[in-house]
Design a protein around this ligand. Structure first.
Ligand code: ADP
Ligand code: MG
Length: 795
């Protein structure tokens, strides 16, 4: 009873998935869990929901009345796919809706609901059995995002629970689960802990209908891949026949940079300028990065193995002779071109130099959704579409008429340092699987080409086979908080993770959450505080500080938010050793001396508000930075790391706007304009107290006050030699819990104090164990002094 437009039907019939409709639907009928593997573009996302719909799922009067829910890791995919499926469903188009954070089209009519995985996770905390749904499709499972992994884990328990319930009651009906993946790297979803033998997922594979993509490796990789990208795109546009170009970069800053360069050089002055890069939404999860210089040597060799690597993709080692670089035979263009009337026009127009100008579009997840959707609109007459994208376009989106891909081979990845418990976003090589996916984007509608800006030797040597699941690169506290949000009745270590973090990692995270008061009771249930903590895009320590400030110190809230933002980055100060390398014995270097003095003055300026609090020093630096109009100059002048400062500034404004919307009555105290130059003593105190609330498990007591006072031969003369004992003993890597002292780090403001005025208690950010490898060989106890990085003091 679905009536589709003829043009839609014609395109649908070309999709490999359509040939498999019967097999897929039989698998769905006969199994509770189905895993569907199909190459990108085979039709999974657009067709599966329609198959289910036509089989009666989502029909309020039918046997399976609940909605069909489809999750996407990205907002733009949720919105654009909902639109596309609505179009395809013709007379039933109004039954398709999307829901992303802050935006939904869901109504009582909705039968097919596209949403981000985050939305479904939040719904789980309201209704653990997902009674609104008759089927859930987890899409892009191969991306292994934390949310997808958590969803698959919890759904593996919900599905049998729904089955059991339906044996006794008419409602709700059993829930069907379909996991879709573009790659076959899915064994993690199939193990026993997730799906017991009676629910063993059925596996259905659909082939892709991929045109030939010729991949060209660069002869050598260049560290400055942005310049390389700009040049490559310019040459490609000049030389290549008709077809859109998709360029993969790592983040919005890179995209904006390349965009502005290309706009300057490629857009004819007469042509109307594309509107300036759209206003961006600032998010902590997409903090801009400056390029780190990548240490890549020139490697010229390409072995036969390199060439054999890719299966479906032809590899040509590009000699990089510029005139041959983009030699694309006309046969390529004809061969295998799909004969779809909609495309026939293209085929006719397929001749060289068909363009007057370019249509440049950015695509990254922080771009407002409506701007992201512009990639689906046809470009203006006689302009070549060039999309500059992050890996948003790697699998979930199919951009019409892309024939050429230029791949920088890198992406911005979440990294997690379990030692300092800090996370960062770093540019690194993608996996081989990702590189194949990116290349494949060129072969959707006709044979295509992919130019890789790296050599095959680099690819072989540095690209891992697959990307490590994100859950292993995320602070475990956040993962544990989510699992607790499900009211999972057993210890977190029993949660059916597709790929589980280690037991120790989970146990440590659980202990920290207990200390912070996010979970409580014998089963470690989520407390009200814990629920609030999940709202903020920062780690639980920092959420705790913010919530503490909202509740206990609203007058200091603005500054505390800024402090929390500053604590989210590793370190903002340029190390003194980096500015003043050792001066030669013989020479007294005036320049160096001046620099040192300036360094000293800068740090004195930052510590003027509170001589005993590194938190205040950090805050003062951030505050002065935000107030200064010449930010780069300020960083240089005061020895601050400019990238870190930018991240702080972005996170600060994001947190402010979040808190403005959740706590409107506090709006008037928030924002840069409200930051004051000097802080009153009582506010200073509140700031220190709030800061301490997030590090309650990291307090150390001065040695002479320690109940089991250990013998210290002579009273230390320097502050950095005074022993402090963490109240919760340091858990040494050796496993013994003997009480070890920690010492103030020389970079701390406390290091400058006289030993007489050192505080009784120090709250520290983290410990640093610098082991001296030479000493270590003689005995394992000789770990050189443990240093602590103090934050503030408490009474
Ligand atoms: P998969 O999920 O397997 O990667 P999709 O279902 O997303 O595949 O896409 C199947 C095909 O549908 C694409 O190759 C493309 O031709 C078409 N398509 C998808 N989305 C759109 C859209 N927004 N506009 C036009 N065509 C689209
Ligand atoms: Mg898809």
């Amino acid at each position: 009873h679905v009536e589709r437009a003829e043009s839609i039907q014609e395109i649908r019939l070309q999709l490999p998935i359509l040939q498999k409709e019967q097999e897929i639907m039989e698998a769905v009928h006969n199994n509770t869990v189905v895993v569907l593997k199909g190459d990108t573009g085979s039709g999974k996302t657009t067709q599966l929901p329609q198959f289910l719909f036509e089989a009666g799922y989502g029909d309020k009067d039918g046997l399976t009345p609940g909605m069909i829910g489809i999750t996407q890791p990205r907002r733009v995919a949720a919105v654009s796919m909902a639109k596309r499926v609505a179009q395809e469903l013709g007379n039933h188009g109004d039954k398709v809706a999307h829901q992303i954070r802050f935006d939904t089209t869901v109504s009582s009519k909705t039968a097919i609901k596209f949403m981000t995985d985050g939305v479904l996770l939040r719904e789980l905390s309201q209704d653990l059995l997902l009674k609104k749904y008759s089927a859930i499709i987890i899409d892009e499972a191969h991306e292994r995002s934390v949310n997808t992994d958590l969803l698959i884990g919890i759904l593996s328990k919900i599905v049998p629970a729904r089955m059991k319930k339906s044996e006794q009651n008419p409602d709700p009906k059993p829930l069907k689960l379909i996991i879709m993946s573009a790659t076959l790297n899915i064994k993690d979803f199939l193990h026993e802990k997730l799906f017991s033998t009676f629910m063993r997922p059925a596996l259905v594979e659909a082939e892709g209908r991929q045109h030939r993509v010729t991949t060209h490796f660069a002869l050598r990789s260049r560290p400055d891949y942005l310049e390389e990208t700009v040049e490559k795109v310019k040459r490609a546009h000049k030389k290549l026949p008709r077809g859109g170009i998709l360029v993969f970069l790592t983040g919005q800053n890179e995209i904006k940079y390349v965009l502005s360069r290309l706009r300057k050089d490629l857009v004819r002055p007469t042509a109307k300028l594309e509107e300036a890069a759209p206003r961006m939404h600032i998010s902590a999860v997409d903090t801009p990065l400056e390029l780190e210089d990548l240490d890549i040597g020139d490697i010229h060799t390409t072995s036969q193995e390199d060439l054999d690597l890719a299966d479906e993709i032809d590899i040509v080692t590009d000699e990089e002779e510029l005139d041959k670089e983009f030699e694309v035979s006309d046969d390529d263009d004809e061969e295998g071109m799909v004969d779809v009337p909609a495309l026939r026009q293209d085929k006719i127009a397929l001749k060289r130099d068909p363009y007057d100008t370019v249509h440049l579009l950015p695509l990254y997840s922080q771009l407002p959704t409506k701007d992201q959707l512009r990639i689906f609109e046809p470009p203006p007459e006689r302009s070549r579409l060039i999309v500059l994208s992050t890996n948003v376009a790697e699998t979930s989106l199919t951009i019409p008429n892309i024939r050429y891909v230029i791949d920088c081979g890198r992406s911005k990845e979440r990294k997690f340092n379990s030692e300092t418990n800090t996370q960062s976003f770093e540019v690194d090589y993608i996996s081989k699987a990702s590189a194949q996916q990116r290349a494949g984007r060129a072969g959707r509608t006709a044979p295509g080409h992919c130019w890789r800006l790296y050599s095959s030797a680099i690819y072989e040597q540095y690209f891992p086979e697959h990307t490590e699941p994100e859950i292993l690169r995320t602070p475990a506290e956040n993962v544990v908080l989510s699992v607790k949000g499900f009211r999972f009745p057993k210890p977190v270590t029993d949660f059916p993770f597709p790929t589980a973090p280690t037991r120790t990692t989970l146990a440590n995270a659980e202990r920290l959450l207990k200390h912070l008061g996010a979970i409580a009771g014998p089963n470690g249930a989520l407390t009200d505080l814990g629920k609030k903590m999940t709202l903020y895009p920062v780690n639980p320590r920092l959420s705790k500080i913010i919530i503490h400030a909202i509740e206990k110190a609203p007058k200091a809230l603005n500054q505390i938010i800024l402090l929390a933002s500053a604590l989210s980055v590793d370190d903002i100060f340029v190390n003194q050793t980096q500015i003043s390398p050792e001066v030669d014995d013989d020479g007294h270097d005036d320049e160096q001396d001046k620099l040192k003095q300036r360094y000293g003055r800068a740090h004195a300026l930052f510590s003027r508000q509170d001589k005993a609090s590194d938190a205040l020093k950090l805050l003062t630096a951030a505050q002065l930075y935000l107030k200064d109009s010449e930010k780069d100059h300020f960083c240089q002048q005061f020895f601050l790391r400019s990238k870190a400062m930018q991240e702080i500034s972005q996170l600060y404004s994001q947190l402010c706007s979040m808190i403005r919307s959740t706590h409107p009555h506090l709006s008037h105290v928030l924002g840069t304009a409200q930051l004051t130059e000097t802080t009153k003593p009582d506010v200073v105190k509140s700031i220190n107290t709030s800061a301490a609330s997030g590090y309650i498990d990291q307090i150390a007591i001065r040695y002479d006050l320690h109940p089991e006072q250990s013998i210290v031969a002579s009273s230390p003369r320097r502050a950095i030699d005074v022993p402090y004992f963490p109240l919760i003993p340091i858990n040494q890597r050796t496993g013994n819990s003997e009480k070890r002292p920690a010492f103030i780090h020389p970079s701390s403001v406390l290091a400058k104090l006289s030993t007489k005025v050192l505080p009784q208690y120090i709250v520290y950010r983290h410990l640093q164990e610098r082991t001296n490898s030479q000493v270590l060989t003689s005995s394992d106890t000789e770990i050189v002094k443990t240093r602590m990085l103090p934050l503030c003091t408490v009474d």
